[in-house]
Design a protein. Structure first.
Length: 223
C-alpha cells in the first residue's frame, strides 16, 4: 500500500506540467503527506476547465479497503469505483512516494523514497468523490490507483502508484472518455528500472513529522 508521498515542485511547474487553467487551492512543499490530509489534485470543474483544487486523501469510510489505494484491476468491477472512474477522475501531482525495505543489519525496515530521475513532478492516476457538507460547501476525497510492481523493487514494494505519461494525463482528464476500455492502457505500472529508490529517515512513519529531512538521503550500513 502507498501510505506516504511528497510534493516539492513549485506551483508554476505544476501548472505548466498539467496545463492547469485555474488554481483554486494549490499546496506544495509537502514532504510527508499521509492519508486524511488535504492536498492538491488536478481535475475538471463543472465548466470543463482544468483546475487545481484541494481534496482529502482517503475516501469515506476511511477504513474501507479502497479508501487510500484502489487496485487498477478492480476499478470496473465495483460500482462505486466504476462511477468515479467514468466521471470523477483526477491527477495527483507528486514528486515521490515512500516504501519500506530491510537493509543490512538494521532492526526495522528502512523508509525508502522513490522518485523519477529528472522529473521533479509527475502525475498519479486517482479518482475522487464529492458531496456537500452541512454548510453547503463542496468537499472532495480521493484514492490513488495502484498496480503491482515489477523487477527487484517488487520484493520490498509490492505495489506502486499508476504514473501517467503525457498522453495518459490527457486521456485521464478528458471528460469525453467514459469507458474503461479507453483508459485501460494507461493503468499499467511503470517499469521500476525507470525509478530511483533511496533510504531516508524512518521519521517519515510519523504522520506529524513534516520536514525536508523526510526526503533527504541518508547513509546506511549495508553490512
Amino acid at each position: 500500500m502507498i501510505e506516504r508521498f511528497s510534493l516539492t515542485g513549485e506551483i508554476g511547474d505544476i501548472v505548466e506540467r498539467f496545463q492547469v487553467g485555474k488554481v483554486v487551492r494549490g499546496y506544495t512543499n509537502r514532504f510527508n503527506v499521509s492519508p486524511t490530509q488535504t492536498v492538491s489534485i488536478v481535475m475538471n470543474d463543472r465548466h470543463g476547465q482544468r483546475t487545481m483544487q484541494e481534496s482529502r486523501w482517503g475516501l469515506f469510510p476511511f477504513w474501507a479497503k479502497d479508501s487510500v489505494n484502489a487496485d487498477h484491476a478492480t476499478l470496473s468491477q465495483k460500482p462505486f469505483l466504476d462511477r468515479m472512474l467514468r466521471k470523477q477522475r483526477c491527477v495527483l501531482p507528486c514528486s515521490g512516494f515512500f516504501g519500506r525495505k530491510q537493509i543490512g543489519q538494521e532492526r526495522d525496515p528502512r523508509a525508502m523514497h522513490v522518485v523519477l530521475p529528472n522529473q521533479p513532478v509527475f502525475g498519479v492516476a486517482a479518482i475522487y468523490d464529492s458531496w456537500k457538507d452541512a454548510r453547503g460547501q463542496e468537499v472532495r476525497a480521493f484514492t490513488i490507483i495502484t498496480a503491482a510492481s515489477s523487477g527487484a523493487m517488487s520484493v520490498w514494494q509490492p505495489r506502486v502508484p499508476v504514473i501517467l505519461d503525457e498522453e495518459g494525463v490527457e486521456d485521464w482528464l478528458n471528460p469525453k472518455l467514459t469507458e474503461f476500455a479507453g483508459l485501460r492502457k494507461h493503468l499499467e505500472a511503470m517499469d521500476t528500472y525507470l525509478m530511483r529508490a533511496y533510504p531516508v529517515t524512518n521519521a517519515v512513519h510519523d504522520e506529524w513529522f513534516e520536514s525536508p529531512d523526510c526526503i533527504r538521503e541518508v547513509r546506511i550500513d549495508y553490512a
